[in-house]
Design a protein around this ligand. Sequence first.
Ligand SMILES: Cc1cc2nc3c(=O)[nH]c(=O)nc-3n(C[C@H](O)[C@H](O)[C@H](O)COP(=O)(O)OP(=O)(O)OC[C@H]3O[C@@H](n4cnc5c(N)ncnc54)[C@H](O)[C@@H]3O)c2cc1C
Length: 307
Amino acid sequence: MVTPRGAEGRTRTLDRLERACPGGVRVDEPMAKHTTIGAGGRARYFAIPRSTGEVVGLVRAALELDIDYIGIGRGSNLIVRDGGFSGLVIKVADNMRNLRLFSRTAHAEAGVSFTRLGRTLTREGRPGFEFAVGIPGSVGGAVRMNAGAFGRDIARVLKKATVVDGEGRVVRFTPEELGFGYRQSALPSDAIVLSVIFNCPPGEIDKEALRLSRSRGETQPLAQKSFGSTFKNPPGGVAAKMIEECGLKGTRRGGAMVSDKHANFIVNVGTKTEANDIEDLIDFIINRVKARFGVELTPEVIIIGDR
Ligand SMILES: Cc1cc2nc3c(=O)[nH]c(=O)nc-3n(C[C@H](O)[C@H](O)[C@H](O)COP(=O)(O)OP(=O)(O)OC[C@H]3O[C@@H](n4cnc5c(N)ncnc54)[C@H](O)[C@@H]3O)c2cc1C
């Protein structure tokens, strides 16, 4: 039960967050609505800022209130545990979708859909973004994850990222400072990407890369709720192949199932699927693959919140 003191504290917190983002703050928001897997707990505070200024204001408010915060995009690589996230979730992707093209660069706000970025630049004859078509995240999420496919990734095309850091300052990072690796960056967890400048001089579009991007549906369960690949490929191996060779396609925990179509995808086939079901299935897969191949798979999906 919430004590009066707790309730008062909550109201004070809400008032302060509302000042930073008027009309854009919710309490106890179900995160299943904001993740492509469609399951998981609630965010105690949840904000949808309309501008870069509001994101910065929310970060500064969270620092002042001493509450945890996290920036999210389209929730396409995210699980929020059933116990929920007790701080503030700042959803960058609903607004902040401005994309401008210049002669050799493109400027994208962090909420721009990564697929839209790929489609627009490809249509305009700017190569290097063919792989982005079909990746259902945002530009901000793509920076954090170093999103990529078919041997290409965002690290190769990013010129600068503007970020609000863990002290509420707006700073610019170069690719070197972002420390990109395979499906990861060294962007601190309390930093939120506001916008990105991409290098995109005109050139020849890679038609084969575009064909591969457009034919994802042949190998991936795109009609079902998922977060894409569950695990990173281990050095020298392919996670999907290992999981399939363990005979795990179709394995279920509650409403979470290893896809029949692509063994590295977990799909939500239930109506009351819990984040716990998904995490149990992830642990089960890790143990089975380790027992058979001696390799410990590392999740690519980001898991936050309390059990
Ligand atoms: C069907 C399907 C196919 C996919 N295929 C691919 C693929 O081919 N290649 C690939 O790389 N990924 C793929 N993904 C995974 C996912 O789309 C990418 O990881 C994407 O970059 C995540 O972006 P997002 O906006 O959805 O991030 P979220 O899921 O919202 O968040 C993921 C992480 O990024 C952080 N984050 C989000 N926005 C920001 C921001 N503005 N500033 C700072 N941190 C932020 C979050 O805190 C979290 O840690 C796929 C997912 C699905 C569902």
